[in-house]
Write a protein that binds this ligand. Sequence first.
Ligand SMILES: [Mn+2]
Length: 462
Amino acid sequence: MFAPEIHAARRRALLESGLSGIAVFPGNVEAPMNYLDNCYPFRQDSTFLYYFGHDLPGLWGTVDFDAGECALWGEDATMDDIIWSGPVPSVAERAARVGAERHGSLAGLADFVREAQRQGRAVHFLPQYRAENRERLEALTGIPAARQAEGVSRELSVAVVDQRSVKAPEEVVELEKAQVVSYDMYAAAMRMARLGVPEREIAGAMIGVVARSGAIPSFPLILSVHGETLHIRSHANILEAGNLLLIDSGAESPEHYASDITRVIPVGGRFDARQKSLYSILHDAQVAACAACRPGVTYRELHLATARRIAEGLTALGIMKGNPAEAVEAGAHALFMPHGLGHMMGLDVHDMENIGENLVGYGDELTRSSQFGLSALRLARTLRPGFVMTVEPGIYFIPALVAKWRAEGRNEAFIDYAEVEKYLDYGGMRLEDDVLVTDDGARVLGPGIPKSIADIEAFMAD
Ligand SMILES: [Mn+2]
């Protein structure tokens, strides 16, 4: 966790956001995998981490807007807990460590919430994404788990999203630590991506890099020669000549800030001519998008500008036709890039997505389009200094989608389907970096993982 003053200052900023009543923040509990004592790796709730720091299960935080006080609630370890899991600080010590004014047991928390309700004060809470926490919240507030979505506090959600969207310097330091782990992950992968190597050996090496850093991946590794399946989970292939290996991966920093990087590696270390022509289009579009990030521009416009650039490239290759700007307006490019340009990143790899994807990415400012492709854009709003987001355009040839569109005659004016069908064995590519918006521009985070054709080929030749 950070210094107590940092967590205290974050809570003070929340206390000053103009709400009244109280807010309750459940920390996560252990999540059983196949029986109660065999759990998934523990991951604390990110908002709890942000305000209350402690990376242990079973805690709650509360913010009392009227009294201007915060409290940490939980149970001290029993002898049994100490025998099996080792000694941990008491709740009183943990409260002091994070600068909370008050602390108490879970029974004390129940009394505190009941008293607030009796006084008719608002009890704010965020959307819950784990069944265990919906149940715990039901026990605490009396609001049935199935109806909690209606009881979510929009005021609290907005206040938390506003605050967490702007990364403080100590958060950027953490984000950069995760980038260093990512660099080592990709260096290992690029050294290994040779003919005949099983995908799972590279996956294992990359996860090993994360484990050696003492962290966990920020999301399940995507590593496949079938990059056209956007979130493919299997690593069952053996690398063959002509394959492009897509790897989308991330690590957590010691304080659980994420990295999220995608690279495409030519198996054997050299791009062939067809790969070069398409990769260049994607690379140029991604570099231009990173360079165009700055305060005041909307991410929606960056998404569309990137789509136009890709459409121009595909038109030059004869895969698309007609006017690229009109093609993008019609959504024709989404055959090749059916996802958005990127998303907010921070403590969550899709930062704060549990609080609400539209609230985080659109706010009151913009409305999400229903057009295929643009509808998948997670972040659209105006960029502000301190925002950190991914920039991750892609070009994919998804045989099932091509077949569907062709059968429907969809966007025939902008797509040369006969030409597209020559690429159905191509796979898919995505290039992703994490970008910090600064006062006058933006900065790509991290030490710079090889990305251009020349840099990737040179790295893999070493
Ligand atoms: Mn991403």
